[in-house]
Design a protein around this ligand. Structure first.
Ligand code: BG6
Ligand code: MG
Length: 217
């Protein structure tokens, strides 16, 4: 039934969402902006620039474009420092097995990430080859909740959104997938992802047959 699967990267394939949080937290401290895990939850899935704008709004501050560019750069230097020596052990539970299942069934796989570091992260965890197509923050104009990243992925795989599952850990990512007409699986907590078709903690024990049964009723 399912023709293709599109995976978000940070927080779905790799446990990198915690490093984005750590880097934003560090910037928030530097700028003396109060920033909580709940605030971070709302920044998941959106672009670096959009995230910074949100952070600045939290502190009710205004900065010049030049300063904002500098802050984005600094945050990214810190983020890259945190991920510099990650390896396959940071791939999230169930992912490798689930991808193997899809390969066996010749179901195509795409990455649909807002991150401009996506290719680097995939290479660090040795998963680049697993994807038939990679669409990331360098390839889109509109960031999630706009569906562009997923629509580009589906188009490249010649799959129709209604027969394509998007796996996401962010509320904005689920919004984006739904706006594009995709089937949605939220990876994480119901409290943040309740609008997804299905919410699971992780993909351990998950089979594509189970998902097909639940998603196409
Ligand atoms: C998303 C993350 O995948 O990518 C966000 O959920 C992050 O937290 C965004 O801000 C952009 O990532 P990057 O690596 O381009 O700064
Ligand atoms: Mg994510």
């Amino acid at each position: 039934m399912t023709e293709a699967c599109i995976f978000d990267l940070d927080g779905v394939i790799v446990d990198t969402a915690k490093y984005h949080f750590k880097a934003w937290q560090r910037l928030a401290d530097l700028l003396e902006i109060p920033f909580t895990e709940e605030d971070n939850e709302k920044m998941k899935g959106i672009s670096r620039v959009a995230s910074l704008d949100r952070l600045i709004a939290l502190g009710e501050k205004t900065y010049s474009n030049k300063d904002k560019e500098k802050f984005c750069l600094t945050k990214n230097v810190w983020y890259l420092e945190y991920v510099s020596d990650i390896n396959q052990s940071e791939v999230l539970p169930g992912i490798i097995d689930f991808i193997a299942q899809l390969k066996k069934k010749s179901i195509k796989i795409a990455l649909g990430s807002a991150s401009k570091n996506a290719r680097k992260i995939l290479s660090l965890v040795e998963l680049t080859e697993a994807f038939d197509i990679i669409v990331d923050g360098n390839d889109v104009i509109n960031s999630k909740p706009d569906p562009e990243v997923f629509l580009k992925g589906a188009e490249a795989l010649s799959s129709s959104p209604s027969r394509t599952i998007v796996f996401e850990d962010s509320a904005k990512g689920i919004d984006a997938a739904k706006a594009g007409g995709f089937r949605t699986v939220g990876i994480g907590q119901d409290i943040h992802l309740g609008h997804a078709d299905i919410v699971v903690e992780d993909l351990r024990q998950m089979t594509i047959e189970d998902l097909d049964k639940q998603l196409y009723i």
